[in-house]
Design a protein around this ligand. Structure first.
Ligand code: PLP
Length: 406
């Protein structure tokens, strides 16, 4: 007989989803542990740079630790870091003052603070589909409902498609460009049009710009850089991707003028402050030479090209060239297998870990997401295994009952 729970998890916690990338990583690592070397799992699932954190940043963190920067800092962030962040985002046209910067343990916390700062229970929030799974999960945890708008794997966000989803309950528009999982970007015109749309419908924009430093073709556009968006956009950004600092946990939100006073109570109640020595490392990242970022961006651009080209040569797969971030979003509709089955079989049979597009929402059906955050060697090994798998598959009629329906 099933045991009665003594402690029942809240509806909020029960509604939180786990991230596909972490779940697949755990499965892939368990499988990897059972393989006999030299066979191994190739990891194309997790959005993690293979680069080490640049040495001058590590050194600044160590120096801060040795100097005793191990005590509480001001809740919303070290003044010098808040100032440096305000200057840093100015390069993409966002005008911010230090008192509008909220420093957080990772961009995810900034995202939660941003949504918590503007959402009330019952509010509807527009989220991208496919999109980073934490958006919908956090909106539900905060008592809101989601309205999904399409992000096309090739063309990105269409302003008219977003507009069509707005109802009287809509309060917030979540944007993400460069976009996870499609690698699409938005132009300055689109950012301006989305800001104008938000103004027309009195929406707050939460603009997740965590990949802004990793856009290959031109400077990343932000709705906060437009007159219509400046006073109604919360920019979310961080150090994980641009400076290869995923494990340091350092991010931030730029709050619009009217929300500046929420920075301190949010920080005080949620995390007291972000680790002081980590903030010192972040300060070194922003004030030091940016050549490390440029070098990583160039490498990602090369990998983007390499991945798209190889996938487009594989039978039944087509893949637009990613324009930013480090993800390729491949259309596998030509394979007559659902992307979920394909992802599972690629892991079990070819030992390549990647994610089905549905890990990012129903709009991801028929797609696979490959991260090219890993080394070129791993990427090319993964790509050749994928090609071999789908080539072999082409000679057989698929036996799964879950034939492709995306
Ligand atoms: N936003 C997007 C779109 C992401 O892809 C990620 C990480 O994968 C994050 C936010 C979270 O970043 P952080 O590691 O700084 O919490």
């Amino acid at each position: 007989m099933a045991q009665q729970p003594i402690v029942r998890p809240s509806q909020r916690v029960s509604g939180l989803s786990v991230e596909g990338a972490f779940a697949v990583l755990a499965r892939a690592e368990a499988l990897g542990g059972r393989l006999t070397p030299p066979d191994r799992v190739v990891h194309l699932e997790i959005g993690q740079p293979d680069f080490a954190t640049p040495p001058h940043i590590v050194e600044a963190g160590l120096r801060a630790l040795r100097n005793g920067d191990t005590r509480y800092a001001p809740p919303a962030g070290l003044p010098a870091l808040r100032e440096a962040i305000a200057v840093h985002v100015g390069a993409r046209g966002i005008r911010a003052s230090a008192n509008r910067v909220l420093v957080t343990p990772g961009a995810k916390t900034a995202l939660y603070c941003a949504l918590a700062a503007v959402m009330n229970p019952g509010d509807a929030v527009l989220v991208p589909d496919p999109g980073f799974p934490a958006y919908a999960s956090m909106v539900h945890a905060l008592g809101g409902r989601t309205q999904r708008y399409e992000v096309d794997a090739r063309n990105g966000v269409d302003v008219a498609a977003v507009a069509a989803r707005i109802t009287a309950r809509t309060r917030v528009l979540v944007l993400n460009a460069p976009h996870n999982p499609t690698g699409t970007t938005i132009s300055a015109e689109t950012a301006g049009a989305l800001a104008a749309l938000a103004e027309r419908h009195d929406l707050t924009i939460v603009s997740d710009e965590i990949y802004s430093a990793l856009q290959f073709d031109r400077r990343a556009a932000s709705p906060a850089a437009h007159p219509a968006g400046a006073a109604r956009t919360i920019v979310v950004d961080g150090f994980s991707k641009a400076y290869a600092m995923t494990g340091w946990r350092l991010g931030y939100a730029i709050l619009p003028r009217d929300l500046a006073h929420t920075a301190e109570p949010l920080a005080t109640n949620l995390f007291s402050c972000t680790a002081t020595f980590v903030q010192q490392a972040g300060l070194a990242a922003l004030t030091g030479a940016q050549t490390c970022v440029a070098e990583m961006r160039e490498e990602y651009a090369l990998r983007a090209h390499m991945v798209a080209e190889a996938l487009n040569r594989a039978p039944g797969i087509s893949c637009p060239s990613p324009r930013g971030a480090f993800y390729a979003f491949a259309d596998v509709g030509g394979l007559r297998l659902s992307a979920d089955v394909l992802a599972r079989r690629l892991l079990d049979e070819s030992h390549v870990a990647l994610l089905p597009g549905t890990a990012f929402g129903p709009g991801g059906a028929g797609h696979l997401r490959l991260s090219f955050g890993g080394s070129r060697g791993d990427i090319s090994l993964g790509l050749s295994r994928i090609r071999a798998f789908v080539t072999a598959l082409g000679n057989h009629t698929p036996t799964e009952s879950t034939a492709y329906a995306g």
